[in-house]
Design a protein around this ligand. Structure first.
Ligand code: PGA
Length: 251
């Protein structure tokens, strides 16, 4: 049985003060524990502020990107070792906004994912088709290529720490969610591809999150589908109550 994961992707939101306030509000709203894994991914500048607040709580820390080298002349980049030191557990990799605005490719996604794994982080590798690709009947082809290239050459003993997020680009920040059926179909496809790449046991254990306008109102139905193992939440993660409502909907 896969343990669900609900992760908040805060994107470029929240100063350090606002980040601390949001984390405190999330923890208060959560009360005790939770049956699922939970993570928040603030901007880099707030990681060090949030990390001590999360110590000993059920909420883990994640980053929104990670570079593939340990150190070097890579202005503006942050390495996995640096993120580990701060206390990060997860790193989002290959989000569609990075692919769209910052030239991220399947090759760089792959390099980042492998570096994250080497450093002991859990990569949340994002894949998903654009609206034009869906309308053109290319969803399966696009997602398959992203999965195969983005997760190429993962060492066998590291697969158990990989998380995939299926985020149809047309559903991100648009209020337009994939139907549970649409999402389930792609999640099942991803699991079949992983079975081919890494074997049935890895595929059965791998968590595949859905992302794209997941809200308290649609979270339960999405996460009740057999291959949807949680959510990567954007807008609804910026408010404690809606984020925790989604966490509860995963139970
Ligand atoms: P959204 O974003 O929930 O605001 O659609 C999800 C994401 O981009 O990870």
């Amino acid at each position: 049985m896969r343990k669900k994961l609900v992760a908040g992707n805060w994107k470029m939101h929240k100063t350090r003060k606002e980040a601390a306030d949001l984390v405190c509000a999330i923890l208060a709203e959560l009360g005790g524990g939770s049956s699922c894994d939970i993570a928040v991914c603030p901007p880099f500048t707030a990681l060090d502020t949030v990390a001590p607040l999360l110590k000993g709580t059920p909420v883990a820390l994640g980053a929104q990107n990670v570079h593939w080298e340990v150190h070097g002349a890579f202005t503006g980049e942050i390495s996995a070792v640096m993120l580990k030191e701060i206390g990060c557990v997860y790193a989002i990799i290959g989000h569609s906004e990075r692919r769209q605005y910052f030239g991220e490719t399947d090759q760089t996604v792959n390099a980042r994912a492998r570096a994250a794994l080497t450093a002991g982080l859990l990569p949340i590798v994002c894949v998903g088709e654009t609206l034009a690709q869906r309308d053109g009947g290319e969803t399966e082809k696009v997602v398959e290529a992203q999965v195969r290239r983005g997760l190429a050459d993962i060492p066998a003993d590291q697969w158990s720490r990989v998380v995939i997020a299926y985020e149809p680009v047309w559903a991100i920040g648009t209020g337009r969610t994939a139907t549970p059926q649409q999402a389930q179909e792609v999640h099942a496809l991803i699991r079949r591809i992983i079975a081919e790449m890494a074997g049935a046991t890895v595929a059965q254990g791998l968590r595949i999150l859905y992302g794209g306008s997941m809200k308290p109102a649609n979270a339960r139905e999405l996460m009740s589908r057999p291959d949807i193992d949680g959510g990567l939440i954007g807008g609804a993660a910026l408010e404690a109550k809606s984020f925790v409502d989604i966490v509860r909907a995963s139970a």
